[in-house]
Design a protein around this ligand. Structure first.
Ligand SMILES: Nc1nc2c(ncn2[C@@H]2O[C@H](COP(=O)(O)OP(=O)(O)OP(=O)(O)O)[C@@H](O)[C@H]2O)c(=O)[nH]1
Ligand SMILES: [Mg+2]
Length: 312
């Protein structure tokens, strides 16, 4: 039973939107129908990914950014993605995301997402929630993800702009950033700049950017003390700049990248689901044969795919 219409969602009805998000999370077919109808009403929100190591201050930073943009009367959505924790219904995460002071503001919509075991699903859930927030008329949507690995990069791909948060004095963390996430950062933040070594960390990052061969604009480095609201307007300024900047070609590239990612993710998830459904019990038999070394997983995979999909 669906007790909400897309008009409810577009007009910003919080209950309708929350209900739709929950149904989408449960992969309810009727919710997917709603999402199809909503799609033409999306594409206006600026989606900003915020990623970085646990405890680096991402939530505090997002909270401060929300305050900043509320002063400009912007409507703001926040999605907190936590790949590591089991599904908690948001209660535990709610404590962790430290945004209680916006809880009563009807123009701020905060939603937590936790994985139920597989990241592909999480990336889809994130995209769905972002779409709903976009359709509701939010000007900005922040997507907070923990960590600095490929999974976060994938999730961040749902964003227009990526903020990577680091803190002073973590040599290893800088290495981890170097390993991949530097390539996706549009803005680098050195948070907890009230701590020792903040300048040094900024210099290290700057040097790393000098060495980087990435074929993209050099990301600015902003120092912040999120807990005290320092550096937030500078950070927001960089985001606003980047959002309006970039030639049409670059903006088009981003749009295409996101659209491609969305379609490919959906295809993969749905193909796997349908093939498993069609195989039914046969899948268990194949698995048992593989475990008993009567069959190898590569041949099994090829045999299954040959049956369902053409290869040439
Ligand atoms: N000294 C200092 N502490 C800060 C600053 N910003 C945040 N913190 C503190 O750092 C701790 C972690 O902050 P969070 O905002 O929860 O960090 P997070 O990155 O969202 O953490 P997870 O979501 O658990 O990965 C909290 O105790 C904050 O009060 C800062 O600029 N300076
Ligand atoms: Mg957090």
């Amino acid at each position: 039973m669906s007790s909400y219409t897309i008009e409810d969602v577009i007009s910003g009805n919080l209950r309708a939107a929350a209900r739709l998000m929950r149904d989408l999370d449960d992969r309810m077919p009727v919710a997917v129908e709603r999402l199809k109808e909503l799609y033409p009403h999306t594409g206006r929100a600026l989606v900003v990914g915020v990623t970085g190591n646990p405890g680096s201050g991402k939530s505090t930073l997002v909270d401060a950014l929300v305050t900043h943009y509320r002063k400009e009367d912007k409507r703001v959505g926040v999605v907190a993605v936590d790949p590591s924790s089991p599904f908690s219904g948001g209660a535990i995460l709610g404590d962790r995301i430290r945004m209680q002071r916006h809880a009563l503001d009807p123009n701020v919509f905060i939603r937590s997402l936790a994985s139920r075991g597989h990241l592909g699903g999480l990336s889809r859930s994130t995209t769905d929630v972002v779409l709903v927030m976009d359709a509701m008329g939010h000007d900005l949507v922040f997507v907070e993800t923990v960590g600095v690995g490929q999974a976060e990069v994938d999730i961040v791909d749902a964003a227009h702009l990526s903020v990577v948060v680091t803190v002073p004095g973590l040599g290893d963390e800088v290495q981890a950033i170097k390993a991949g996430i530097l390539e996706i950062a549009d803005v680098l933040v050195v948070n907890k700049a009230d701590r020792q070594g903040a300048n040094r960390t900024a210099q290290d990052l700057s040097m790393m950017l000098d060495l980087s061969t990435a074929d993209r604009p050099r990301p600015p480095i902003v120092s912040t003390v999120a807990a005290a609201g320092k550096g937030i307007s500078e950070l927001a300024g960089e985001l606003d700049n980047l959002a309006s900047m970039g030639d049409e070609g670059q903006q088009r590239q981003r749009l295409l990248r996101r659209a491609r990612r969305q379609l490919e993710d959906l295809l993969l998830e749905e193909t796997g689901r349908r093939i498993k459904l069609s195989l039914g019990k046969e899948l268990d038999q194949l698995v048992a044969n593989i475990a008993d070394r009567r069959l190898d997983p590569y041949s099994a995979m090829t045999a299954i795919l040959d049956r369902f999909l053409r290869e040439d």
